[in-house]
Design a protein around this ligand. Structure first.
Ligand SMILES: NC(=O)c1ccc[n+]([C@@H]2O[C@H](COP(=O)([O-])OP(=O)(O)OC[C@H]3O[C@@H](n4cnc5c(N)ncnc54)[C@H](O)[C@@H]3O)[C@@H](O)[C@H]2O)c1
Length: 336
């Protein structure tokens, strides 16, 4: 649908003032064509609350693509609560219970998980009002921290990248620059070290230097890490790092990491392509956490089925690399 109705292909959108918190809560279901809609709950301030509705429409549509690319029998949805600029002065539980009640209105057509501004503990509170929640803490019966599973997916992606770029999936002896040693980056570093890779790492938080040292990785500044002469740059911090300014300075053969929304604009994919740098879309590389949590908690799959899905991230990328080239990029900007 284009023109006047562009961006409004959603099956259902609810916006209401949370009865407890008084804040605008929006839940959008973009599509349930492949199955129940899934997508995280974002608590964020916007210039105007109406902007949060627009963002929910965009993010839920991106989740339809993310679930489909990940091969999950799930559709796309999203929850956004427009937060006050100074932060919410009331009880955070009230916000989360209002989110839970709003999701409960949808009779299981949508399930939520963590996103910007929320985490597994928040999911446990939402679950007091609706069972359609994933990524709760293990202590609350959920699948727990997603970051090790995201990292497992990143390793599968890196093998596919190396196979395509260097002719072998082996990680031993290859060089990687990991930008960001947070929850996911630290796991990726540990796993790559275990494979015998050569490693450089950086983080704005200098205390992460100890993590690098523990796994025999060289430590550098974020700027030098970005332009390090390595086989693969692994962005594992914030998004937006690939820009018309940063791409000319890259000295890697490929970029593949979990950081969301790595391209500042979709057109930056063309700059990477022109420089002969293979870029693995973060929507595929970073999907491991979403795949694990939804496969365990929503689809009730066995450990072997879940492991096969995580391993499939590499196959998805290989298909993407071998598909006819689209220039200009079509990355969806999304969360989880
Ligand atoms: N946690 C998951 O399961 C998951 C899933 C999919 C995608 N992601 C994405 O992966 C990225 C990392 O996620 P995370 O959960 O590890 O986050 P995190 O907050 O635990 O770690 C991010 C790390 O990056 C560092 N950092 C921030 N800005 C930096 C900069 N400019 N240069 C270098 N380091 C910087 C931080 O100090 C922190 O150590 C994010 O973009 C996130 O959206 C995470």
């Amino acid at each position: 649908m284009g023109g006047y109705f562009a961006g409004m292909e959603h099956e259902l959108v609810i916006t209401r003032r949370g009865p407890r918190c008084g804040l605008p809560v929006t839940v959008a279901i973009h599509s349930t064509a492949r199955g129940r809609a899934a997508g995280g709950c974002r608590l964020k301030h916007y210039p105007h609350w109406r902007d949060s509705v627009t963002d929910t429409l965009r993010l839920s549509e991106a989740m339809t693509a993310k679930c489909a690319i990940a091969g999950l029998p799930l559709g796309g949805g999203k929850t956004v609560v427009a937060m006050p600029e100074q932060g919410y002065a009331g009880d955070r539980r009230d916000v989360l219970l209002d989110v839970g009640d709003t999701i409960a209105l949808l009779d299981g057509r949508y399930a939520t998980g963590p996103d910007v501004g929320t985490g597994p503990d928040d999911m446990a509170v939402i679950a007091e009002r609706t069972p359609y929640v994933f990524c709760r803490p293990e202590s609350a019966g959920g699948s727990g921290d997603s970051s090790p599973h995201t990292a497992t997916g990143v390793l599968s992606a890196l093998r596919a990248v190396c196979a395509h770029r260097f002719g072998s999936p082996a990680l031993a002896g290859r060089s990687f620059a990991i930008l960001g040693l947070g929850r996911v980056g630290a796991h990726v570093l540990r796993m790559l070290a275990g494979e015998g890779a050569r490693l450089i790492a950086a983080d704005v938080d200098d205390s992460r230097r100890e993590v690098a040292a523990r796994h025999g990785a060289a430590w550098t500044t974020p700027q030098q890490c970005l332009s390090a002469e390595v086989d693969v740059l692994v962005p594992a911090a914030l998004g937006g790092l690939l820009t018309a300014r940063s791409v000319p300075a890259l000295r890697c053969a490929a970029v593949a990491g979990p950081a969301n929304n790595q391209l500042d604009t979709p057109a930056t994919a063309r700059l990477l392509h022109e420089r002969g740098i293979l870029w693995a879309p973060d929507i595929v590389v970073g999907a491991g956490g979403l795949i694990h949590a939804t496969a365990v908690e929503l689809l009730h799959e066995s450990p072997a089925q879940v492991a096969a899905r995580l391993d499939g991230i590499g196959d998805t990328l290989t298909r993407e690399f071998l598909a006819p080239r689209r220039t200009g990029g079509d990355a969806a900007h999304t969360g989880s």
